[in-house]
Design a protein around this ligand. Structure first.
Ligand SMILES: [Zn+2]
Ligand SMILES: [Zn+2]
Length: 245
C-alpha cells in the first residue's frame, strides 16, 4: 500500500469518526513515514471534499487525482460532485491569494467536471456498446437489416473521458528489446513490421494489470503478438481476467 492509499483509507475512517484526526495522522506517520502535518492535510482535504467545502492547503496533483478517482469509484460516485466543487473552491482561493494559475489542478478539475456533467467515460461507452452488440446478435437477420436501414450511415460523434496509466517508456523499450521480435508467449515472430520504422510489431502487456496494483516493471511485462495479447484479454480460458491495458 502506498502512503496515498493509506492516507485515503485513514481519512475515510476519520470522516466516519472511527478515529480522531490526531490518531489517524500518527498512524500515517508511524507506518508510512508521512510527516504529521502532511498527514493531517491529507485527512482534512478528504473531509472537505466529501462535503464540498473549500480547503486551503492542497495535496500534490497525483494525490489529488488519486482521491478523486477513489471518490468517483465509491458510493456510486455520489460524492463526486462535492469533491469537484471543493477542488474548484480550493483553486479559486489559492489562485487569488497567490496570483498564480494552477494549470495541472485546473486540468484535473475539468476532467472530473465533465464526468459530473454527464459526459460518458470511455469504459462506460464501450460497455454499453458491447451490450448493444450482444442484443443485436439475438435479433433475426430480418430485424437486424431493418434496424441497419433505419440508422444514419454517418456516425455521430460523442465526447468521452479516458483515464490512462502513464506507462514507463523505458520498460516498454526494454521488454521489446528482450523479445527480439518474437512473441514471448507463443514464440512466433511478430506478424508484421511497423509502417513508421520497420520494427517488428509486438505489444507490451502487463501480467498483473496496473489497475489491479501490478507494477510497471520489466518483470511484470511481456511482449506479445496481437493474437496472444487479445487471447489473454478476451480468450475464454481466462475468465477471471478483465480486459484492459
Ligand atoms: Zn503470440
Ligand atoms: Zn494487455
Amino acid at each position: 500500500m502506498t502512503s496515498t492509499e493509506a492516507a485515503f483509507v485513514i481519512a475515510k475512517r476519520v470522516f466516519h469518526e472511527e478515529l480522531t484526526q490526531t490518531e489517524g495522522a500518527r498512524q500515517l506517520n508511524e507506518e508510512f513515514r508521512l510527516n504529521i502535518n502532511s498527514a493531517k492535510i491529507m485527512i482534512t482535504v478528504y473531509g472537505k471534499m466529501m462535503k464540498g467545502l473549500e480547503f486551503k492547503r492542497a495535496l500534490s496533483v497525483p494525490d489529488m487525482s488519486y482521491y478523486l478517482a477513489r471518490i468517483m469509484s465509491e458510493n456510486d460516485s455520489k460524492y463526486l460532485p462535492n469533491a469537484v466543487e471543493a477542488l474548484w473552491k480550493h483553486i479559486a482561493y489559492y489562485e487569488k491569494r497567490n496570483g498564480v494559475t494552477l494549470r495541472s489542478l485546473r486540468n484535473l478539475h475539468s476532467s472530473y467536471l465533465a464526468i459530473v456533467n454527464g459526459i460518458t467515460s470511455f469504459n462506460e461507452l464501450s460497455e454499453s456498446f458491447d451490450e448493444a452488440v450482444k442484443n443485436a446478435m439475438n435479433l433475426t437477420e430480418g430485424q437486424r437489416k431493418k434496424r441497419i436501414s433505419q440508422k444514419s450511415v454517418i456516425p455521430k460523434t460523442k465526447p468521452v473521458v479516458v483515464y490512462v496509466y502513464e506507462r514507463n517508456p523505458y520498460v516498454v523499450a526494454e521488454v521489446l528489446a528482450r523479445a527480439k521480435g518474437v512473441c514471448e508467449r507463443c514464440e512466433a515472430s511478430a506478424p508484421f513490421k511497423r509502417k513508421k520504422d520497420g520494427s517488428p510489431y509486438l505489444e507490451v502487456h502487463h501480467k498483473i494489470r496496473l489497475a489491479d496494483g501490478g507494477e510497471d516493471t520489466v518483470t511484470n511485462a511481456i511482449a506479445l503478438c496481437p493474437n496472444c495479447h487479445r487471447d489473454l484479454h478476451f480468450g475464454e480460458h481466462n475468465k477471471a481476467l478483465q480486459a484492459d491495458g
